[in-house]
Design a protein around this ligand. Structure first.
Ligand code: PLP
Length: 620
């Protein structure tokens, strides 16, 4: 759908249109040339802020490396910076408030288990003692093999644990890693006690409390009475009693609680921390040797940039989050005379979301516009005449009437077509006339004081469909599964005013494979995205931002589209960049193998078919 031109277009208007300043977190901007640039968060060049690295330059680099679209681009510096920011923010507030304990973050591996990400987090986190949270044996092995046991990085084991898992955790302690087994189910306790005796290793034990504080946002079922996670108050007391009877109460040192992911409202966080402190204080009173309070995840990412308490945003800054956590723990525990514990958080999405961008090109466009077709001549119909006559009374005062009439006549034509009373050409003419009327209505809308209710979804029905070279199910599963909105926009030509409005469709043949909710600065979301008309023989590139959390692992093989190409880059201070790693995406052979085909056998069978066709003289 064509956009009506407004006042002069410039880069500032481009930034406002796509809200990049709101959601970009300082990492992304638009250059005077109209290209999205990645800013080096640590750039200290003497000329002030460097211009940043153009995504178009990176796309060219990818092409030179034979890494075609779609591609996932990871930016190392952003992970590094996110870890520093989190740790520095806690550090600064701890110092300012005079908190007696320290902060030790851990990264929950489930948020992005890719080896390269885990390795980078271990490397960049080492200086802060930033460790990992794991929820399964494979995650545990990934963390153990990555962590440097000479470092002070912690390992928190959540999830269902059998003997093998617990043995791994005990061995980790023996190897020098501060590895906590967090009891999530009572059945784990006897195994921990027995295995620690058999192996002669004293465990580090945590308990996960079932939180009753309710939070807003999509993941609020993680807390509350019916939450499937954690132990109730009476179960925690059972754990304490059993440990005391086994002479192991001194091993219980950590309280774990997780209110939910992506908590948009800071007041909910405060309420949750308060409840956690009550558990912590009473565990101390019960005689446990408590030293650590682990508040789980929940630090939200402002995907929409709205800075609000809607589920895809957050109404607080990182500093406010850290301050509220530290201040609440401090004031609550001070009132009981309990010394300040080490604070652990398991921030997942806030650590990695910004570091990945999905890049793709547009393959094709469908426009809902009248086209030139040969008229039916003799096969004309009075319904077509009626439709044409609408143009005689198409004016602002009668827009609603024209809209209704156009729908009525078009639907009548469709009925007659179904009954075989008119031909395909007449129907095509009617559909064409219908689109012409809608276009006429659209031109009149700006002149109207009040737009009739029925015309409110008008934009959507005329929007173009831009077919993007990606699979939503593989690369943006949350967009499909939970209506997660990610910032999406063209990565170049932003010095040109976008002249079309579009929804995006992927290349799966699934009607759910589309994006039709976009970030808007003036309302909850926009149903269409401003884009540019495609140019003959020139690619049009788009990016989906903030996709570093959960998307890679949750993606699936719908229509057998496999993993995209992945490239990891590092921005150099003062300008320039280098490719750190490239991973070619799945081949057709790979994805067929995933679903139990034997590619060599398929080739053989196909070859036999060809040989038979040659023998029968059907092909040469
Ligand atoms: N810790 C636990 C136990 C979780 O279940 C989750 C995710 O739900 C997280 C941490 C990460 O949460 P977030 O990505 O909001 O930081």
């Amino acid at each position: 759908m064509k956009i009506e031109q407004q006042a002069e277009w410039d880069i500032e208007r481009a930034k406002d249109t796509y809200g990049i300043k709101n959601w970009g977190n300082g990492y992304f901007d638009i250059s005077p040339e109209g290209e999205i640039v990645i800013k080096n968060p640590k750039d200290t060049s003497s000329s002030g802020s460097s211009p940043g690295l153009s995504l178009m330059e990176v796309i060219e680099g990818l092409r030179d490396r034979d890494l075609h679209m779609p591609a996932l681009l990871r930016i190392e510096n952003i992970i590094d910076h996110s870890i520093s920011r989190l740790n520095d923010s806690f550090g600064k507030i701890i110092e300012r408030l005079g908190y007696q304990g320290s902060y030790r973050g851990v990264f929950p591996i489930k948020v992005n288990q890719q080896a390269q990400i885990v390795e980078e987090i271990a490397q960049f986190g080492k200086r802060y003692g930033y460790g990992f949270e794991v929820g399964s044996k494979p995650e545990m092995i990934a963390a153990l093999s990555t962590l440097d046991s000479s470092s002070d990085q912690m390992l928190i084991c959540n999830g269902y644990k059998d003997q093998e898992f617990i043995d791994l955790a005990l061995q980790a302690v023996k190897l020098g890693t501060r590895c906590f087994v967090v009891i999530e189910a009572l059945s784990e306790l006897p195994i921990i006690i027995e295995r620690s005796k058999v192996l002669g290793i004293e465990p580090l034990i945590g308990v996960r409390a079932k939180m009753t504080s309710k939070v807003g946002g999509h993941w609020n079922s993680t807390s509350g009475d019916r939450s499937v996670f954690g132990l109730s108050a009476s179960q925690i007391i059972q754990v304490v009693d059993v440990l005391r009877d086994s002479d192991m109460l001194h091993c219980l040192q950590l309280l774990h609680c997780h209110l939910g992911s992506q908590i948009p409202n800071i007041r909910d966080i405060r309420g949750g921390v308060n409840e956690a402190c009550r558990y912590y204080a009473d565990l101390c009173n019960e005689g446990a040797a408590m030293k650590f309070i682990d508040l789980g995840g929940g630090l939200a990412v402002d995907y929409t940039g709205a800075h609000s308490q809607e589920s895809q945003s957050r109404n607080y800054s990182l500093d406010e989050y850290c301050e509220d956590v530290v201040e609440t723990i401090m004031s609550t525990l001070d009132s009981y005379g309990i010394s300040h514990p080490t604070i652990i958080t398991e921030s997942g999405r806030a650590t990695v979301a910004y570091s990945s961008i999905l890049l793709f090109n547009i393959l094709d466009v469908t426009r809902f516009e009248p086209v030139e077709i040969k008229t039916s001549g003799g096969e004309g119909h009075e319904l077509l005449d009626n439709m044409r006559s609408i143009f005689d009374y198409l004016k602002p005062a009668r827009v609603q009437e024209c809209f209704n009439d156009a729908h009525y006549y078009r639907d009548e034509v469709r009925e007659l077509f179904k009954r075989g009373q008119i031909g395909l050409r007449t129907r095509a003419e009617a559909e064409n006339l219908f689109l012409k009327v809608l276009r006429g209505i659209k031109l009149l809308l700006p002149e109207m004081d009040q737009i009739p209710k029925e015309l409110e979804g008008f934009d959507e029905s005329l929007a173009d469909i831009y077919y993007g070279n990606f699979s939503l199910f593989q690369s943006l599963p949350d967009s499909w599964a939970i209506d997660q909105m990610f910032p999406v926009m063209p990565v170049h030509r932003l010095n040109e005013e976008p002249d079309r409005r579009a929804v995006l469709a992927d290349i799966t043949c699934d009607c759910d494979g589309k994006i039709d909710r976009f970030i808007a600065t003036d309302r909850e979301y926009a149903p269409t995205l401003p884009v540019h008309s495609l140019k003959e023989s020139e690619e049009y590139y788009m990016g989906v931002f903030l996709v570093g959390a959960y998307q890679e692992t949750l993606g699936d093989l719908h229509n057998l589209f496999g993993d995209t190409n992945v490239a990891s880059i590092r921005l150099r201070e003062g300008g320039g960049y280098e490719f750190v790693k490239e991973i070619h995406g799945d081949t057709i052979e790979d994805v067929l193998g995933y679903v139990e085909y034997q590619p060599w056998e398929m080739k053989l069978r196909y070859r036999n078919k060809l040989e038979a066709a040659v023998n029968e003289g059907r092909i040469s």
